[in-house]
Design a protein. Structure first.
Length: 455
């Protein structure tokens, strides 16, 4: 058959197909060529993989007018984070009109993982293509397995056209390697609270009810010095909770019941305090957690004011966000704050059983963990408090009333539950502070009055 005759046949069938769509009628089309067929029930079913390319080469309008429009399709799944050598999945949701279906088996969708050097690391493997009748939606799922850590992009196209949002920026991280075996135990505190890792691997621990309120250890958990007396005078603390190191290695301590932030140098010498009781700028009401981002800005959980205040590196006021309320962007008694590798802000909100994600300037992004997160047992979580995020964007959060540490990634996927109620090694009674360093995971316990190191 000559090319002109093939073109004419395809043109005629295209007109017939468009008419069928408008009338919502199913009509069987005759053979388009010796090797391919097309069948219509309101949309085209491509039964031969090469048919689309043949139509393109002949200049027909069948392909782009009858295939789903890439710009209107959307994608769900692992689009922000994935783990090396572990399978991740994405699903392409195709635009459907409720009366027809695409042949998803042969639909020309490409999924490619591109590394930082603009090299194709792998091509996604199609794992499913079927119609969900109850949702009246076509979808195709793909599986991909990253082999290198670092930033990647995920490119998803239909007939060479990117779907909505493509390419997607992916952070590929290392797998969780902690075995959660107890390596060391430091006893004899009054009521330990927050912990923080310093620039040289040193560990700072807050003793909320102790006469000496701040303890500093080296990375072998050998004591270096104690800082701060009980009280409300300069350099003293009254029920401190959170602790962090600033960009210069100084200690920042949340002096909870004095409603202020105390600053000490590496030798334990008191430098300054900022804040007082109140609800205005640089005023606090029982603050708890504190964190310092890569730019040196200080984020303070102003708990009873239901907000987070952002301070400049010199501890002057910059801005604040949150506020009382049950809606997504509000903060109902926020407890602690931490940052991922991209600088995004995460806050634990015990009153809403959640961890919320914000931009660096406090714009609400999403709720990454809540009661509906898969992995929780019945009745969990109860009181998500202190939070730490490591260099691979794993989140470690203590649940004081569940007597455990939960581990998630910053996409909200559950990875582990560490500990249970008790006083034996590896068990917890009111865990509070949590931090991870080169030696492992540090967890303080108010109930058992100790610090445990897991490796």
């Amino acid at each position: 058959m000559a090319d002109n005759e093939v073109k004419e046949n395809i043109r005629k069938r295209s007109v017939e197909l468009c008419t069928a769509i408008e009338k919502r009628a199913a009509e069987l089309l005759s053979t388009l060529s010796d090797q391919s067929q097309a069948e219509s029930t309101g949309q085209i079913f491509i039964l031969e993989p090469n048919l689309l390319e043949k139509c393109l080469s002949l200049g027909t309008v069948i392909d782009k007018k009858l295939l789903p429009q890439a710009s209107k399709c959307h994608v769900t799944g692992d689009l922000q984070e994935a783990t090396v050598d572990e399978a991740s999945h994405v699903t392409v949701h195709l635009l459907a009109d409720g009366r027809s279906s695409f042949d998803t088996k042969n639909l020309p969708i490409d999924v490619k993982l591109i590394n930082i050097h603009e090299e194709v690391e792998m091509v996604g493997e199609r794992v499913r293509g079927r119609r969900e009748e109850e949702e009246e939606e076509d979808r195709v799922s793909f599986r991909y397995v990253p082999h290198h850590t670092g930033p990647h992009t995920l490119h998803i196209t239909i007939l060479g056209e990117p779907v909505r949002g493509s390419p997607f920026k992916l952070s590929i991280k290392a797998p969780l390697k902690l075995r959660f075996l107890v390596k060391s135990v430091v006893p004899s505190f009054y009521k330990p609270g927050g912990v923080a890792i310093g620039p040289n691997g040193e560990l700072a621990l807050i003793d909320t009810e102790g006469w000496k309120t701040i303890y500093l250890y080296n990375n072998q958990l050998e004591p270096i010095l104690t800082i701060g007396d009980w009280g409300s005078g300069p350099g003293q603390c009254y029920r401190p909770i959170g602790v962090a190191f600033d960009s210069s290695g100084n200690l920042l301590v949340v002096d909870g019941d004095n409603h202020r932030i105390n600053k000490y140098d590496r030798t334990g010498t008191f430098i300054m305090s900022v804040g007082q009781k109140g609800n205005k700028e640089l005023e606090f009401l029982r603050p708890t957690g504190i964190g310092v981002n890569k730019a040196g800005y200080v984020y303070v959980c102003d708990r009873a004011n239901h907000r987070i205040q952002i301070l400049k590196p010199n501890l002057t006021f910059d801005s604040m966000f949150g506020g009382y309320g049950e809606e997504t962007g509000y903060l109902h008694y926020p407890w602690d704050v931490a940052f991922d590798s991209e600088g995004m802000v995460y806050a634990t909100v015990p009153g809403q059983y959640s961890i919320k994600k914000f931009s660096p300037n406090g714009v609400y992004h999403s709720t990454v963990v809540d009661k509906n997160t898969q992995g929780f047992k019945e009745g969990e979580p109860k009181c998500l408090e202190m939070l730490f995020i490591d260099e691979w964007d794993y989140m470690y959060v203590t649940d004081r009333e569940c007597h455990c540490v939960f581990v998630f990634d910053t996409g909200g996927r559950f990875h582990a539950r560490v500990g249970n109620y008790g006083s034996a090694e590896g068990q917890f009674y009111y865990p509070r502070g949590v931090a991870k360093g080169e030696e492992g995971l540090y967890v303080s316990e108010a109930g058992n009055k100790r610090l445990q190191l897991f490796g």
